[in-house]
Design a protein. Structure first.
Length: 252
C-alpha cells in the first residue's frame, strides 16, 4: 500500500512539474529568433518612411517605444501617433483640475522631445476604448488617409505579462482587425509582447526617451530617480546590446 502511495505521489509531482514547465514556456517572455536576426528585424523597422502608431493612453508610446520613434524621426520617417483615450481614469499626482486636458498637453510636450510630426487624440472613454461603436471605422479612416508602410501597436495576442490592460490589448485587436481587412499588405510591429522577434537598440537615444517620459507629470513619471532603464536593459540583454525596445514584427 505504501509503495502504491509513493508511486502515486511521484507521478503527481512529475505531472505538476511538467505542467509548471509548460506554463513557464507559454507565459514567459523570450525571443523567437536568434539575437542577430532580431537586430536585423529591428533595422527593418527603422527603414520605414511612413509609420502609424496607435496606442491607448498618453504615455504609452513614451514608456514602450519612444526610443524607436526617435530613431525613426532622426532617419527622416513621417510618424503619426494616435492616442485613443485621454487616460482620465489614470492617476492624478499633481491635482490637475482637468486631467484629460493635462494629459493631452503632456503628450504634446513629449512629442516635442521625440519630434514626430503628427499627433491625434480620439478622446474615447478610458478603459472603454474598444466598447465604442465607431473605433474600428475611425482607425481605418485615419490609416487609409495616412497610408503607412509600418503600423505599430500593442500585441493583442501574446502580451508581455503580468501587466495587462483592457485598452492596451483591445486597441491592438482593433488595429489588427483593420489590417486583416485590407487587401494591400503592410508591416506591423506589435510591442509589449512576450514573443519578440525584433529589437531596436536605443542606447544612444535613451536620454530623449527619459525626457519624454518625464513630461507625464500627472502620472508621476517626472519624479527623481525614475526611469524604465531596467526594462530596456533586460530587452537589450536578450540581443547583446545595452538598451533596446522589442517587437513582434509581421506582415499583414
Amino acid at each position: 500500500m505504501i509503495r502504491v502511495i509513493v508511486r502515486w505521489l511521484g507521478a503527481l509531482i512529475a505531472g505538476v512539474a511538467v505542467l509548471g514547465l509548460a506554463a513557464w514556456v507559454a507565459l514567459s517572455t523570450r525571443l523567437t529568433v536568434p539575437p542577430k536576426e532580431a537586430l536585423e528585424n529591428g533595422e527593418r523597422i527603422l527603414q520605414h518612411s511612413r509609420v502609424l502608431v496607435v496606442v491607448a493612453h498618453p504615455d504609452d508610446a513614451d514608456w514602450w517605444i519612444s526610443g524607436t520613434l526617435k530613431r525613426l524621426v532622426d532617419r527622416g520617417a513621417q510618424v503619426l501617433l494616435v492616442v485613443a483615450s485621454d487616460g482620465e481614469k489614470g492617476p492624478n499626482r499633481i491635482g490637475a483640475k482637468d486631467l484629460p486636458a493635462t494629459r493631452r498637453e503632456e503628450q504634446k510636450a513629449a512629442q516635442a522631445v521625440i519630434g514626430y510630426q503628427d499627433l491625434r487624440f480620439l478622446g474615447l472613454p478610458d478603459r472603454e476604448v474598444v466598447q465604442q461603436p465607431n473605433v474600428l471605422e475611425t482607425i481605418e479612416e485615419i490609416g487609409e488617409e495616412f497610408q503607412p508602410t509600418l503600423v505599430i501597436t500593442f500585441d493583442p495576442d501574446t502580451p508581455d505579462l503580468p501587466y495587462l490592460h483592457p485598452d492596451h490589448e483591445g486597441i491592438g485587436r482593433v488595429v489588427k482587425h483593420w489590417l486583416e481587412k485590407r487587401t494591400q499588405p503592410v508591416a506591423i510591429a506589435f510591442f509589449h509582447t512576450r514573443r519578440p522577434n525584433a529589437a531596436v537598440e536605443i542606447t544612444d537615444v535613451y536620454e530623449a526617451k527619459l525626457q519624454a517620459l518625464r513630461q507625464h507629470r500627472s502620472q508621476g513619471l517626472d519624479r527623481g530617480g525614475f526611469s524604465n532603464r531596467p526594462q530596456m536593459a533586460k530587452n537589450g540583454s536578450r540581443v547583446g546590446v545595452p538598451l533596446a525596445e522589442t517587437f513582434r514584427l509581421e506582415t499583414m
